[in-house]
Structure formats: structure tokens, C-alpha cells
Design a protein around this ligand. Structure first.
Ligand SMILES: [Zn+2]
Length: 184
């Protein structure tokens, strides 16, 4: 289903779930409206969060357009990608004096990487199509999570010791996401 907010078209789905309060979330460029059973009127919720929805979807559209000017690198082999990842994990963790338990490369549907509380780092295999500088940044991002779990102020201040312009990198990764999200 679609609604229009000013000049932006928003795809949305409605879900009724066993929740106490209605809430909104955005996944795969779609607005999910999650409501308690028995509550029918979601227009109030949309009206209330119109500005937020508009801002989120403007950003999505802007990044999508921007992604058309980026290109994926299809020349890198799996072996070479694996080597690059292991090398960066080694170098970055050593430099920061942190210990990584295990590194796993796997296909991930919603993110570039993750880090478990046991010190295991997972890296999205789709990262192999991205410029080396971005691969390095993602690994730096995950290694920093060994020290600070959440994306809080302390976390970003740690990241910025090496990447003062980390926002630019995060934005670039969001742009590239549009190019890889439909790859097998
Ligand atoms: Zn993170």
C-alpha cells in the first residue's frame, strides 16, 4: 500500500501483533506499521510521525539516487577478499590492543558486519564488491565494538580516534547498500 507525504511516496504495510503500543519501523524501504490487535486507525499514528517518516524516506531516496553514481568492483575473488579481511582484522585489533576470537564471512541481509559479546566478528560477504577503504572501515567499526557494544557517544568517540570523518564512511556504506542488497 502507498501513502503520499508531501512530494514523497511511501510504501507501507500494516501488521497486527501482540504489542501494547503501536509503533513504526522502516525495513527495506518500507514503512511497517505495527499495531495492537483491535486497533484499526493507523492514520493518527502516521499524522503524528509525519515529519519523521518524511525525513527518513527523503534520506532513502537521496541515497538511492546517489548510489547510481557508485560502482561495484566485481574483479575481487573470494580468496582475495578473505585475505583482505583477515589482514585488516589482524592489523586493526593488534593496533588497538584488542583480541578477536573468530572471524566469519557470511551473507547478511541487513548489515555489513556484527560483533558478538564473545568477540566473534561476522563480515558480510557482499562487502567484497566495495572499495578497500570501506572494507577497512567496516572492520574498524566492528573491532571497536569489542570495547564498546552500543552505538553510544563513547563508541563513536572511539571510532573517531581513527576516523574523525566516520559519518562520511557510514553514509557511503548506506549508499553502497542499495547496490548490493539485491545481489545473490
Ligand atoms: Zn556497529
Amino acid at each position: 500500500m502507498k501513502i503520499k507525504i508531501q512530494d514523497i511516496e511511501v510504501n507501507y504495510n500494516i501488521f497486527h501483533r501482540k504489542v501494547k503500543y503501536a509503533r513504526l519501523e522502516i525495513k527495506n524501504e518500507t514503512l511497517n506499521i505495527i499495531m495492537p490487535h483491535g486497533v484499526k486507525d493507523y492514520n493518527i499514528l502516521i499524522k503524528k510521525h509525519e515529519k519523521w517518516i518524511y525525513q527518513k524516506f527523503s534520506r532513502i531516496n537521496r541515497l538511492k539516487i546517489e548510489s547510481e553514481t557508485r560502482k561495484l568492483d566485481h574483479s575481487r575473488s573470494n580468496d582475495s577478499f578473505q585475505e583482505i579481511v583477515r589482514d585488516y582484522v589482524d592489523r586493526i585489533s593488534r593496533k588497538m590492543g584488542l583480541k578477536v576470537n573468530r572471524v566469519t564471512l557470511r551473507r547478511m541481509k541487513t548489515r555489513w558486519g556484527s560483533c558478538s559479546s564473545l568477540g566473534n566478528i561476522s563480515i558480510n560477504t557482499r562487502l567484497k564488491y566495495l572499495p578497500k577503504g570501506l572494507i577497512k572501515y567496516v572492520i574498524h567499526h566492528e573491532v571497536c565494538h569489542l570495547k564498546v557494544r552500543k552505538h553510544d557517544k563513547q563508541y563513536w568517540s572511539l571510532v573517531s580516534e581513527e576516523y574523525p570523518n566516520y559519518k562520511k564512511y557510514e553514509e557511503e556504506l548506506s549508499i553502497y547498500w542499495f547496490l548490493v542488497k539485491d545481489l545473490d
